[in-house]
Design a protein around this ligand. Sequence first.
Ligand SMILES: [Zn+2]
Length: 430
Amino acid sequence: MNWLIKNGRILDPASGRDEVGDLLLRDGLIKETGKGLQAGRGVKVVDAADLIVAPGLIDMHCHLREPGLEYKETVASGCAAAVKGGITSVMCMANTDPVNDCAAVTAYILEKASQAGLARVYPIGSITKGMQGESLSEMAELAQSGCVAVSDDGQPVDSSGTMRRALEYSALFGLLVIDHAEDRSISGEGVMHEGFVSTMLGLEGIPATASLTEIGRDIALIREFGGRIHIAHVTTRSEVDLIRHAKADGLSITAETCPHFFTLDHEAVRGFDTNAKVNPPLRTADDVEGIIEGLMDGTIDVIATDHAPHHRDEKDREFDLAPFGISGFETALALTLSLVKKNGLDLMEAIGKWTVNPARIAGLPGGSLSIDAPADVILVDMEAKWTVDPASFLSKGKNTPFGGMTLKGEVVNTFVGGKMVYERGEGIIV
Ligand SMILES: [Zn+2]
């Protein structure tokens, strides 16, 4: 099936294009663009009047939970949630069971993704075998079997020497290192941001320094030994400052934050809502401001979900015992659009942090609407208001702190490789 998308507001951060026009998707690629295009034989027309037409979003950071933790999420349920959220490519972290540290696990994930036939899935291999923090994974094998990056995300690489070797070794295979920066000797048993709210609630805190010191260490490593690093889930103003300086010094460093970090602060934990328990934790209002400044001035290149679905029973426990994580695919775009409305982040810039930037950083196809690019395209109704209802999530993970919140901006259609895989009102199209 070929598609002609008519009269949409075409927004393509890769080229800076922002104009009303048509887009022809043929044989899985974007084939023509302009005004007044005619649908030839075998081409279906979609009316995109009053809608944004943008490249499908690329999510550099998510947890699909398969293999091993299918009760939380499967590749198929995760991909369904992703395309509903306008996300056409996902990079999934290695902390499955078994850990994705070898070709067999990578191949298994890719097989599940191809069976689902929804979003494109790019596995991330682990930095260390079994994420044990000791010997390095077989990165040549991981790269060959389809991994695009390495990360022990979920936990840090504690040993500086191991991280040094990982940076050097991964570079040989063109694998991006994604850094879950956390000094566990500081974060300890903490369950939320260490500050006045944690004191009031009597909960163990995670000081802001926990991520900062390890980012500082990793900047020192690339400064001396070279290599390229991407800092996952930046949460504080001081992290943004540190990364800004490293970039000014010309180091190969990029960074991401997540919608919850520019939307909520640690006050969201009052009432012991375990859906607001996330690692790194929600920080202070000033940190939220610092994150927004980092997004505005380009210090933070990417917005990613860190989609971390959990089973209801796991979150339905005392705060101390509940697992960390937020189910993020289905709210990410609307939360990004509210940042655009409230804080004046340029819409083009915001979409760029979801498309061309992650594509460039991770070396992925997609992320642009140029001719012969993969036909991964979304249509977005910027005016549609909707209320977050976790029960209606396609993700198995209903764990969101945004339940009941009214958001503006909704995905109308998602195309992956020229195939319509989601339509508002219809749901997933198989
Ligand atoms: Zn992480």
